[in-house]
Design a protein around this ligand. Structure first.
Ligand SMILES: Cc1cc2nc3c(=O)[nH]c(=O)nc-3n(C[C@H](O)[C@H](O)[C@H](O)COP(=O)(O)OP(=O)(O)OC[C@H]3O[C@@H](n4cnc5c(N)ncnc54)[C@H](O)[C@@H]3O)c2cc1C
Length: 558
């Protein structure tokens, strides 16, 4: 990415064909789609990229087995096809995980689930709705193009315990096994933004849109404020796209006080992270019963166990959603009962909550039942608002939005995003480790950056002090802080510890005080030209940022 100063110069006072507000997965996707169809594009993000819901998801690229219960078949099918495409376009970053649903002696087998899994298999195939002839001619192409998961099957107790040894004390029987995919949500956003720039678009974080400018009732640009200087600047735009997720009904509110606007019904989802020594799902993810016919997940993620999520209407502060104390208790009760363990709040290594941008239908149903469907709105000003949806379906949401732009302008500009690789794959064994960098770090770098992991390793080789881990015992390297400032517009310690790496979620107790943040602040200072006083100030600001993000389970539960 362009450095922030250069990006600001490219954007302020200029004119673009498309101006995107919001740097979560949806905004990044719209920018990529529009830029790759030949539009000139700028994107403005108020805080840091992915700071909103896109860093607070369950990190699954999935069809959503539970939406089958609501017969949201179109949504599930669409998401399953996107899942396959994402594995193809970003194989280093979106990977299949086996999921198990064990049965226990005291419980009856869930036949309904078996039926659901059959549907999930059928809906995941790219062949649904095609004639035999079409299937024959497309077969070769499909097999080359699409990753396709194995069908679900029943595994016996032995195979289950090989995958999840920690279940042994519960004496499980057989289990269902199926596949879904996982990712790092922030890295997905940053990877899409990397592609956005390859297509000539410019993106800037720390730039809050404060006003949508109009002429004769039409949206013709925006006014924004740059976070560090406080300076206001304007950008002219032929088309303004509001991709601000849960904030969608706040942006340009002077324009969208109309009956056809989205009403967001925020719903909070809490997650906790545990040391695998306390609870381990082995090599699989587990579907964990959580009472009243509800289920939660326990997922392996970055060497921890990620447990989530809840889904409750939320009327708190959507800018800083914190994990709910009652939600944490609910998650811990469910996993403790499932694994026969006794972990408590004090054992958590991290926690976070996210707010879903669900579209309210005016129906007083609970949010679990509100559809995850995306909605595109066009107000009389011409501003398009795209919100709702899922991380998994970002590409479809972007296509839907840019299709509308193309259609209203009568352009001939088909969508290309199904063919644009997201980053470039690298295998850990192809990467060269400088002294002090172990295999775990190589594997993590290959996952996180793909081919661009070489930039991190080159830096670590040139400056051996950057080959050190940020947190002792974790594979994230100090060199990543330098790369984050140089190429990813990171501006502060929290950008590095909460998003460019995920250490704030994975090792919160080790990062509780300013001392732990000093090495990162020092590296950022070197990259961004900070004084020694500023480095100290930035390190000292970190504990408050960790608390504000709601990531430290010791102080964040509400
Ligand atoms: C608990 C939870 C679990 C989830 N799990 C999954 C999952 O496993 N799989 C899945 O597919 N989906 C999941 N989702 C859904 C998914 O995370 C969201 O649909 C998606 O991240 C929304 O992305 P977005 O870009 O629309 O919104 P956001 O990521 O919130 O992006 C909006 C951006 O707009 C910015 N912004 C706001 N106002 C302004 C302004 N005035 N100027 C400039 N910028 C502004 C914000 O700072 C923010 O970065 C989950 C959601 C939650 C809450």
């Amino acid at each position: 990415m362009l450095a922030r100063a250069a990006a600001l110069e490219e954007i302020a006072g200029r004119r673009f064909e498309v101006l995107v507000i919001g740097g979560g997965v949806t905004g990044a996707g719209v920018a990529l789609d529009a830029a790759s169809r030949g539009y000139s594009v700028a994107l403005l993000e108020r805080g840091d990229y992915a700071v909103g819901t896109s860093s607070r998801s369950s990190k699954m690229v999935h069809g959503g087995l539970r939406y089958l219960q609501n017969f949201d078949l179109g949504l599930v099918r669409e998401a399953l096809l996107e899942r396959q495409l994402m594995v193809q376009l970003a194989p280093h970053l979106v990977y299949p995980t086996p999921f198990v649903v064990p049965s226990f002696p005291e419980e009856r087998r869930d036949r309904k689930l078996g039926l659901g899994l059959n549907m999930y298999d059928v809906m995941a195939t790219t062949r649904v709705g095609r004639s035999r002839r079409e299937m024959r001619s497309a077969k070769q192409e499909d097999e080359d193009f699409y990753w396709s998961p194995d069908r679900h099957r029943t595994i016996d107790r032995e195979e289950l315990l090989e995958m999840v040894p920690s279940l042994e004390p519960r004496d499980p029987g057989d289990a269902y096994l199926f596949y879904d995919c996982q990712t790092d949500d922030v890295r997905l956003v940053l990877t899409i933004l990397g592609e956005v720039e390859r297509f000539g678009a410019v993106t800037l974080n720390g730039a809050e849109v404060t006003e949508v400018l109009t002429r004769d009732g039409r949206a013709v640009g925006v006014a924004a404020v740059e976070a560090e200087s406080g300076a206001r600047f304007e950008v002219e735009a032929e088309n303004v796209v509001n991709a601000t997720g849960v904030w969608a009904d706040r942006v340009g509110s002077e324009l969208i006080e109309e009956e056809d606007v989205p009403q967001i019904a925020p719903s909070r989802g809490t997650h906790v992270l545990l040391d695998r020594a306390d609870i381990s799902t082995g090599s699989a993810a587990c579907i964990v019963p959580a009472g009243e016919d509800r289920h939660i997940f326990a997922l392996p993620w970055y060497g921890r166990t990620l447990v989530g999520t809840t889904d409750n209407d939320f009327d708190g502060d959507i800018d800083h959603p914190h994990p709910g104390a009652a939600d944490v208790e609910y998650l811990l009760d469910a996993v403790n009962a499932f694994f026969g363990t006794d972990v408590g709040e004090a054992d958590l290594v991290g926690a976070y909550a996210g707010v879903r941008p669900l579209i309210s239908t005016g129906d007083p149903k609970k949010s679990v039942d509100i559809s995850r469907k995306a909605e595109l709105y066009e107000t009389s000003s011409g501003m398009l608002t795209i919100t709702g949806g899922k991380l998994t379906t970002w590409r479809r949401m972007a296509k839907q939005t840019v299709d509308r732009l193309v259609e209203r302008e009568g352009r001939e500009a088909p969508c290309h995003t199904a063919e644009i690789p997201l980053g470039m794959e690298a295998r850990p064994e192809d990467l060269e480790a400088p002294a002090g960098v172990g295999e775990e770090a190589l594997a993590q770098l290959a996952f996180r950056y793909g081919h661009a992991a070489r930039n991190v390793l080159r830096l670590a080789a040139e400056e051996p002090k950057l080959a050190a881990p940020i947190v002792p015992g974790r594979p994230d390297l100090l060199a990543e802080a330098a790369i984050a400032a140089r190429y990813e517009q990171a501006r502060c310690v929290a950008d590095v510890l909460l998003r460019r790496t995920r250490l704030g979620l994975l090792a919160a107790p080790q990062l509780r005080d300013a001392d732990a943040a000093r090495p990162v602040a020092a590296v950022l200072g070197e990259e961004l030209g900070w004084s020694r006083r500023r480095v100290k100030r930035e390190a000292e600001a970190w504990p408050a940022a960790l608390a504000e993000a709601g990531a430290d389970p010791a102080g964040a539960l509400v």
